[in-house]
Design a protein around this ligand. Structure first.
Ligand code: MG
Length: 259
């Protein structure tokens, strides 16, 4: 298939975005004590098949990945924070689960992530998640025409640092479009007024992630899962937004969200 249109409207990306939102809502509800991470991947796989969508992850094999990913979700538990390869692991009460999910539907990609505490958890973990959501909201607020990427990055960084977290700038947000990772790169800290200018039609995946006590990560022996170097837990919140003349449109907003 040949796609000629380069920049999407919010309406173009909305079907993919709302599909991704629906899957994440289903997974959030399913993430209860006793559920296996492989079962969460199966739920998402089934929904992808039913919708006629295409996973952005299953064949994904960048230079830093150990092998083609092979699953449709990233499931990162506790000290794992990004790129968690779903494994035969049962969720326990108090686990902190981050789920990241991206598909292409109608030719456009949407990418979103959430973190959730399984059952009753620690207040510190709920605060970590709240910090990523607050940073995400502040970053989205800067996604307006005339601003620059650095305005988004700086807004995210301010929230993370206000909470006292260190910020890793090696992995962050990115443009999305026909494919999952496009320009520009959107680090989770930066300098206002710097970087590429934002224009209507840019679709951006904005994704703050923080860990309790470090900004350093190590790759698990599975070749994919990124864990904190000190064993502290991580959380991650991501939405795909389209920059419009009327402001940012969050295409992956879930029905129960107060964004
Ligand atoms: Mg993502």
């Amino acid at each position: 298939m040949v796609f000629r249109k380069r920049h999407p409207s919010a309406d173009d990306v909305m079907p993919a975005g709302q599909f991704v939102a629906g899957v994440l809502s289903a997974l959030e509800a399913a993430a209860t004590p006793g559920v296996n991470l492989l079962e969460l991947d199966r739920i998402a796989s089934g929904m992808i098949a039913d919708a006629g969508a295409t996973s952005c992850y299953v064949d994904y094999h960048p230079s830093f990945g150990g092998s083609p990913f092979g699953k449709v979700l990233c499931t990162s538990v506790n000290d794992a924070v990004l790129h968690g390869l779903p494994r035969d692991q049962v969720l326990a009460p108090g686990d902190l689960l981050s789920v990241d999910f991206a598909v292409s539907l109608n030719g456009w990609v949407a990418d979103s992530a959430l973190s959730v505490v399984v059952g009753d958890g620690a207040d510190a973990d709920r605060q970590l998640i709240a910090a990523t959501r607050e940073a995400l909201q502040e970053g989205i607020n800067q996604a307006i025409p005339g601003n620059r990427v650095g305005d988004i990055s700086a807004a995210i960084g301010v929230v993370g640092k206000d909470y006292g977290y260190l910020i890793n700038t090696d992995f962050g947000g990115h443009g999305v479009g026909r494919t999952m990772h496009e320009d520009p790169s959107i680090p989770n800290d930066g300098t206002p007024g710097t970087g590429p200018k934002l224009v209507p039609g840019m679709a951006l995946a904005i994704e703050p992630w923080f860990m309790h006590t470090t900004d350093e990560i190590v790759t698990d022996e599975d070749g994919w899962t990124l864990r904190s170097v000190d064993g502290s837990r991580g959380a991650h919140s991501e939405h795909t937004v389209v920059v419009t003349k009327d402001g940012p449109v969050i295409v992956t907003r879930r029905h129960d969200e107060d964004f």
